[in-house]
Write a protein that binds this ligand. Structure first.
Ligand code: SAM
Ligand code: SF4
Length: 322
């Protein structure tokens, strides 16, 4: 392994960058109906500031970057930022997580800017339910975004589904069937109890239900960053992934840091405080000073979270990037 390790000998190779706290949806498990209080524009890292962090991270051995949000596609100039990141020597993998609403417009440009793969969040295939879960969205937009991502050559295109008891759990098999002939890659993410939106469904329960369609065979050949365990239904062109932060935490394989839109570097999704990079950057910190701050954040990575034991913190997925 090249690069930097944390105090628990985990290699840190992955930086997730939230480029905005704003979003064009209001998903029930992520945001209050009125949205979150918007941070003034000047408090958000500029592209140049983000690039300073990216270059320092790469010098420490980080080679995978994910652009997320909020909704990354509402940040003006997002294609240019992707181009800037992908042109850094040492960035080997660049991906994005999006709700897909604006993807039909941007998919081709993102690919020509260097984006390689994409995760698209989609919790229901029913039109009225989509509007209820996202409060403001239209299913047709995200479906068009999915198709546009595939047509533009992003690969893999992964669909992220958050199953919720009594809300969309009657659609698990419909999502699983999307992996058959159509060959989509579908990942089920356990709902993290950041607010009281709904009850989570353990991956083991989903797996049992999906196996009514056929036995799930482990699958290892899909690009990603380790949080999901992948399987395939017999004859399926696509894969089914389970991400189980609550029932089977993957902390011992955690390889990531998270940069918030306002320049806080979080060692863990559940860290209560982040390392402020914005103030030192605006005070003129050089690359060496930034590297020292990144190294400190890596050293502060906790061994694990304690969600299963009832840990609750006021993490805002929309600002830290999910
Ligand atoms: N707006 C983009 C999107 O929705 O894909 C990117 C940001 S969103 C915060 C990133 C991911 O976090 C999405 O896949 C979303 O489903 C997931 N997410 C948000 N809140 C969650 C929660 N409480 N539990 C599990 N996943 C959550
Ligand atoms: Fe927006 Fe993504 Fe949060 Fe939904 S999950 S409200 S799309 S940031």
């Amino acid at each position: 392994m090249t690069g930097i390790c944390d105090s628990f000998q985990r290699g840190i190779s992955y930086l997730r960058i939230s480029v905005t706290d704003r979003c064009n949806l209001r998903c029930i498990y992520c945001m209050p109906p009125e949205g979150v209080e918007q941070v003034p524009h000047g408090e958000i890292l500029s592209f140049e500031e983000i690039m300073l962090v990216v270059r320092s991270a790469v010098k420490l051995g980080i080679s995978k970057i994910r652009v997320t949000g909020g909704e990354p596609l509402v940040r003006s100039g997002i294609v240019e930022l992707v181009r800037m990141i992908s042109s850094v020597d040492g960035v080997k993998d660049i991906s994005m997580t999006t709700n897909g609403v604006l993807l039909e417009k941007y998919a081709r440009e993102l690919v020509s800017a260097g984006l390689q793969r994409i995760n698209i969040s989609l919790d229901t295939l029913k039109f009225d339910r989509f509007s209820q879960i996202t409060r403001t969205g239209t299913l047709a937009d995200t479906l068009k975004g999915l198709q546009a991502a595939r047509d533009a050559g992003l690969n893999p295109v992964k669909i992220n589904v958050v199953p919720m008891q009594g809300i969309n759990d009657d659609e698990i098999l419909d999502f699983a069937r999307m992996t058959l002939e159509a060959g989509w890659h579908v990942r089920f993410i356990e709902l993290m109890p950041l607010n009281r939106a709904a009850e989570f469904i353990p991956s083991s329960v989903l797996r049992q239900r999906i196996e009514t369609l056929g036995p799930l065979q482990p699958f290892y050949g899909i690009a990603g960053n380790g949080a999901a365990k992948y399987f395939r239904l017999p004859g399926a062109a696509g894969t089914i992934g389970f991400i189980s932060p609550v029932s089977a935490p993957f902390c011992d394989e955690c390889n990531r840091l998270r940069l918030s839109a306002t320049g806080l570097l979080f060692p863990c999704l559940f860290s209560e405080t982040g390392f402020d990079l914005k103030a030192p950057i605006r005070a003129g910190a050089d690359a060496e000073a930034l590297k020292r701050l990144l190294t400190a954040a890596i050293a502060a990575k906790p061994e694990k979270h304690h969600l299963a034991e009832g840990q609750r913190i006021d993490t805002k997925m929309s600002s830290i990037g999910g």
